[in-house]
Design a protein around this ligand. Structure first.
Ligand SMILES: Cc1ncc(COP(=O)(O)O)c(C=O)c1O
Length: 436
């Protein structure tokens, strides 16, 4: 199981996470259960401070809420002085519910709805990341309605292809995200923002993909972005004030492959500095949008083992009480996870099994050919690791199974962060149509 995580340890044969016995957590709170470690989340935020915001002037971190968006997470970020990137009215609503300072909110998305744009402008978000031409009119209308100006970052598709799963590549030209860099498409949009009485062109934004481990692709994309910053300066005399490098910094799932933030950010900052000098503009503020790298390894999911089906000579299926409803990443992009039997954490793993969920899909398999103790049996607690990002965030009610709760653990203490959904809540918006 490696030794990557400070907050994961084995004591008396049990797996502990941030000082809490996971078997006890399962007993106290029930399963399936998402567990998030406060210590791990804040450790990442502190790494970002040391390697980015305190190291370089005029920088900020806008946590990508999509990775894990809850009121408690926003409280942690608020206290740490971080900004947030939101992509929906729901995330804006959640931010408002904890009085997240609006100027520290940045609104992304390839099809922001008119109502979402109005909510964002009324709330007074710090920036809207423009993702298309039609959005301009919507933002201007909202600005006029609330008599507020808005800072605009323009998201470009730099046309570089990151090597990661196709579903999480976003920087290539054939993408639903961002504005393609064809002169006749891009420049009129820039001009329209510059000329608008309600909008202020603040900067350029890129996000090239997720779960990335190389820095050259970021540098290539930054070069493209800065070429256009130069063009904007030459053609319109506007020096962009901010550059957003996006998120995407890769994490450990089954292998220790994670790179320090500085591995990506040092060369990016150096290149930003050099390219700004070349263009003759002050070095713009630098912004990043990490999601996964802050919360993925800070989370694990606990399940209770149920049916075990041993098809002799073929495969042994170990069923757990969750599955694709709480973790769609395996079925969606063949994501791989590590795990362990929490109450048998010291027993040798000598039996190869496939850990499957309880959902009515053959593809609902969380781990394939995974080694667990031979003694695995119904009632054991099984944990999957690194599930803090895009786990709870992507959970569904498939088969009308409730979305599990989230518990926050911190140095031996624990409490609910999100309570588990009830059956009643699943059907609360169901009505019997009058025409039945
Ligand atoms: C615009 C934008 N920023 C940031 C992120 C966060 O990426 P990650 O969680 O890999 O850091 C995403 C992910 O899809 C994104 O689309």
């Amino acid at each position: 199981m490696g030794n990557v995580f400070n907050s994961r340890e084995i004591k008396n044969g049990h797996l502990y996470f941030d000082g809490c016995d996971t078997t006890e957590l399962a007993k106290t709170y029930g399963t399936p259960l998402y567990v998030m470690s406060y210590t791990e989340i804040t450790r990442r935020l502190e790494e970002l401070e040391q390697q980015f915001t305190k190291k370089y002037e005029n920088t900020r971190v806008a946590y990508a809420s999509k990775a894990f968006c809850t009121k408690g997470m926003y409280e942690i970020l608020k206290a740490k002085g971080a900004c947030i990137d939101v992509v929906s009215g729901g995330e804006i609503y959640t931010a408002k519910s904890v009085n997240f300072p609006p100027e520290r909110v940045e609104f992304n998305g390839n099809n922001k709805l008119p109502k979402e744009i109005e909510d964002a402008v009324e709330y007074g978000v710090g920036r809207i990341i423009l993702d298309g031409l039609q959005e301009i009119t919507l933002i201007e209308a909202a600005c006029e309605k609330f008599q507020k100006k808005m800072k605009i970052m323009i998201r470009i598709t730099p046309g570089v292809a990151a090597s990661t799963h196709d579903y999480i590549v976003t920087g290539k030209k054939d993408s639903k995200f961002g504005i393609p860099l064809d002169e006749e498409v891009f420049l009129p949009i820039v001009k329209q923002v510059i000329d608008s009485k309600w909008l202020e062109l603040t900067g350029l934004h890129m996000h090239i993909g997720s779960q990335l481990f190389e820095n050259d692709v970021y540098l290539q994309a930054l070069d493209v972005l800065m070429d256009w910053a130069s063009r904007i300066y030459k053609d319109y005399g506007v020096a962009i004030e901010e550059v957003n490098f996006g998120g995407g910094f890769g994490v450990n799932y089954t292998k220790e492959v994670r790179k320090e933030y500085s591995f990506f950010l040092d060369p990016l900052m150096e290149r930003l500095e050099a390219r700004s000098k070349e263009i003759g503009i002050p070095r713009p503020a630098a912004v990043i949008e990490p999601g996964r790298s802050i919360v993925a390894e800070a989370g694990m999911t606990l399940y209770t083992v149920g049916q075990i089906k041993d098809i002799k000579g073929l495969r042994k299926y170990v069923s757990i009480d969750g599955g694709m409803g709480d973790n769609i990443r395996v079925a969606m992009y063949q994501a791989e996870y590590d795990g362990c039997v929490c109450n048998k954490a010291e027993e040798p793993c000598d039996d190869k099994v496939s850990v499957c969920g309880k959902y009515c899909e053959s593809g609902d398999i969380l781990l394939t050919d995974y080694k667990v103790p031979h003694s695995i049996e119904a009632g054991d607690i099984f944990a999957t690791f690194s599930t803090g990002a895009y786990g709870y965030a992507m959970a569904s009610n498939y088969n009308n199974n409730p979305i599990p709760g989230v518990v926050l653990v911190r140095e031996g203490s624990s409490d609910w962060m999100v309570k588990p959904q009830t059956y009643e809540q699943i059907i609360q918006n169901n009505v019997l149509p009058n025409i039945l």
